[in-house]
Write a protein that binds this ligand. Sequence first.
Ligand code: NOJ
Length: 565
Amino acid sequence: MTTRLISISLAMAMAGSFAGAAQTKSVDAEGHQWWQHAVFYEIYPRSFADSNNDGTGDLNGITAKMDYLRQLGVDAIWITPCFPSPQVDFGYDVSDYEDIDPVYGTLADFDRLLAEGKKRNIRVILDFVINHTSDQHKWFLDSKSSKDSAHRDWYMWRDGKAGGQPPNNWVSTFGGSAWKFDPATNQFYYHYFYAGQPDLNWRNPAVEKAMFDTNRWWYKRGVSGFRLDAVDTLFEREDLKDNPVLPGTNKFGDPNTEELYNKKLPEVHDVLSRLRAVADESDAVLIGETWTKTIDELKEYYGSGRKELQMPMDFLFTNINRLSPDEFRRQIAGVDSAGGWPVYLFSNHDIIRAYNRYGDGRHNDQIAKMMAGLYLTLRGTPIMYYGEELGMENNDPKRKEDVKDPIGRLGWPKDKGRDGQRTPMQWDSTANAGFSAATPWLPVPDSYKTHNVATEDKDPDSILNFYRRLLALRHTDPALLEGEYVALNTNDPNVVSYLRSYKKEAVLVVLNMSAADQTVSFDLAPQGFAGAKATTLLTTMKPAPSGAASVALGPFGVYLARLTK
Ligand code: NOJ
């Protein structure tokens, strides 16, 4: 069985690369656009591949790995900020929106990366840090130079209260007051994140124009879209009303407050709809970092009555920290019915890796495959996080003095920061996981010896090869690309099952979320698939279950079958 699956998988992997070519069409027969069938892959450039062996990843490193990405089945890479930056927040403090930081290379390197990606049908998405700049950006340097400077009103400057107190009680999400006093002009400026990340004043049309123009500049260069950073925080109430104070303190020791007046203001949506018009000029996609709490909030980001974001990230999956079939079914049903195109992800550079969140310590690799079986077979676009396909795990700092992320230094030991999920990509079992000949900026976990590209490449049962097979299937199977999501056996406490149903075909997906053997039966008559012929597409079970009437799965087992009427 294994041998048969592998040969199918190789054939499919090849078919996958042809499927990539088809994606240059912007709309398919179902009206779907390129980004709806693309598999996105997030790259944290400091940590992906280090071409010049200085311990930090770079653009040439990414370019050198394009074949790996193509073979994996990736259609678009999202590169987190690689622009010039003092690196206070590892690039999320941009000091020039139209250049590359020398740590990562040059604009010529970027152009080469784009060109090599294009040859392989891999598009490039950049990060748009829209809420704030670096305090070293020329706009801010001018802004702080005097109260009459040309850029003064590009940021939020306000007088303090008596006794040198900040203008109000708003708290920075990275600790302390969100206001920093600047003695040069005797006013405070507002920063929702670090003091090195002053908030732009989005009520000033000159800010909007300058920021939109940076997008056009990159589109012209060949970029296919942006992931928008922290869009919730673009606007603040002009009267600076204090936020309501809640009981207790947060991990940084600041009073808890309800962020009513400096987050999620309705004006955000006006900016997004205008930014979408700019994206539409270039057939580009906008992915939003939108921390939606409810499906209604999610709907607003798709845009009600007008177009906003094609792919708002709802982060609902990233908030599920246990293998609960009910929770997953509930979230999928919500997102699937929100009226837009769903986006699914488990982790990113801010969120603990899925391998740790769901692993039980005994079946971690099996669980990693099972989770892939979930988010790569749903209706929607998945965003993978680099190394997820290997079963990379968090490597959290053990000592405060080792922490690089300022959040971890400030929040230690309650919050160890985000270093753990940002460690170097594990390429092979040599020193530093083959990432760099120099000591990497963050250490790799011991598990790199087994969980790396070279080792997993040779193992037909590895997580990596499971991802490759699944992604190849995803690129070629019409039901997985286009099919409707139909939940099955919705009361099952252990197993998540659904159909992706398209015309006369469907793919049946069965995922055992428990450590015990489970047997499930299906009545597929309501969907018109009673007695349908079932062909196994992919499974972790040996031997493969036969048919769809009753499926037996071992701990965290996965079964995918094509049903034909
Ligand atoms: C969200 C980014 O993902 C995170 O890494 C960053 O620290 C904040 N926004 C501030 O830009």
